[in-house]
Design a protein around this ligand. Structure first.
Ligand code: NI
Length: 170
């Protein structure tokens, strides 16, 4: 397995729309394993392939406290179950050290393929439902800061530019 570098906002490559996976083969399974390793190493609860500059519809997640429940979402789709939304504080491995509340559907029904290419369905609420919507957005080139006011987004942008400059100078 290999740990992969994560793209950071405002990198334009994060705006790429990912394409569907046609066949879940060994190459895709290797990608999934590398993404899980990268996500756990970065202490994240979700990672979309977009974030490692691979523009295919693959997501990994684990919202458990002890990294015991890896979830693989290949070609995911979801539908809201009801109209209700709730705000929850979100972060993103592509926007380190920044958190903001984003309203998302409270409950969603997920359809995806697993690591073996088998289709499954899952009803999710709370943190998992939020995470599914956040990661799905990545595949569409959307980031959670897009839901904030332009004032807040500009502030995040400046913070990230400062961070990248510090990293370059170091
Ligand atoms: Ni994210």
């Amino acid at each position: 397995m290999a740990k992969l570098p994560i793209l950071e906002f405002p990198d334009e490559r994060l705006r790429t729309k990912a394409v569907a996976v046609e066949t879940v083969d060994d190459e895709v399974r290797q990608l999934v394993d590398d993404m899980l390793e990268t996500m756990y190493d970065a202490r994240g609860i979700g990672l979309a392939a977009t974030q490692i500059d691979v523009h295919r519809r693959v997501v990994v997640m684990d919202v458990s406290d002890d990294n015991s429940q890896p979830l693989v979402l290949i070609n995911p789709r979801y539908e809201p179950m009801g109209e209700e939304k709730e705000p929850l504080s979100e972060g993103c491995l592509s926007i380190p050290e920044y958190y903001a509340e984003v309203p998302r559907f409270l409950k969603v029904k997920l359809n995806a393929l697993d690591r073996n290419g088998e289709p499954y369905e899952l009803e999710a609420d709370g943190l998992l439902a939020h995470c599914i919507q956040h990661e799905y957005d990545h595949l569409e080139g959307v980031l959670f800061v897009d839901y904030l006011s332009s004032l807040k987004r500009d502030r995040v942008m400046r913070k990230m530019q400062k961070r990248h400059k510090l990293m370059q100078d170091a």
